[in-house]
Design a protein around this ligand. Structure first.
Ligand code: ZN
Length: 240
């Protein structure tokens, strides 16, 4: 099976469409949360994922969109965007978001937004944090998002190594514990403004990363049209 693994789409339909077209034929779509928030197209993105039969987990922005208390911890721009998201989303979007669990396991893979220890909030950016997360699950592999950074931690005989995947990078899954982050479709933060995504090939036991240019100006125009904060619009140019 070829499975698209998408995280932090953040209501960016243009980025999602180009990513899906680039990844090509897939047998399934797994998402790692933060489907909405920041971006201008929450309903269209959820509709698209629903149509694809995507399965996944909720992120902190998804639970905030449903009225959760997470919004209190957001910065001023994220909060304004979330208030707009809450007012905008259709009942069907709300319903779909409600069905997304905090964690999910699919064969050898645990899916979470932040980390297995704290699916809502923990940002896994260091090897020690990854090690604690890997100890928390019974599957060999963890797929997570939240940081918006394509990143891999692999336990090699008790030492956790850090790998920063680029476009086209391939990681072979050989049974050693791995925590892998596809990066963000809708709001990359590693200085590369292109959308980031991953494909899991279960027959070849490998993960492959993709970076995909999309119509950033189109997303920015849509954000401007609905009055989303200027700083959120600008950061898409820089991948920050
Ligand atoms: Zn996010």
């Amino acid at each position: 099976m070829r499975i698209a693994v998408l995280s932090d789409i953040h209501a960016n339909l243009r980025a999602l469409e180009v990513v899906l077209a680039t990844l090509g034929e897939v047998d399934a779509v797994w998402h790692l949360g933060d489907v909405v928030g920041y971006g201008p197209d929450p309903d269209a993105v959820v509709e698209r994922l629903r149509g694809l039969g995507a399965i996944g987990v909720c992120g902190n922005h998804d639970t905030a969109a449903l009225g959760g208390p997470e919004i209190a911890y957001f910065n001023v721009d994220a909060r304004r965007a979330m208030e707009w998201t809450r007012e905008t989303i259709a009942p069907t979007t709300r319903e779909w978001l409600t069905t997304q669990p905090e964690r999910r396991s699919e064969s050898d893979f645990s899916l979470v937004h932040g980390s297995p220890r704290d699916p809502t909030w923990e940002y896994v950016t260091t090897a020690p944090a990854a090690r604690l997360g890997l100890e928390f699950v019974t599957t060999p592999y963890v797929l997570n998002g939240h940081t918006h950074l394509p990143l891999v931690f692999r336990d090699v005989d008790g030492l956790v190594e850090t790998i920063t995947p680029a476009d086209g990078s391939v990681l072979r899954l050989d049974g050693r514990p791995v925590m892998a982050n596809p990066g963000s479709v809708g709001q990359p933060r590693d200085g590369d403004p292109r959308a980031s995504a991953m494909v899991l090939d279960t027959e070849r036991s490998e993960l492959r990363w993709y970076r995909v240019a999309y119509d950033i100006a189109g997303t920015q125009a849509a954000m401007r049209a609905v009055g989303l904060p200027a700083r959120l619009i600008e950061r898409l140019d820089h991948g920050l």
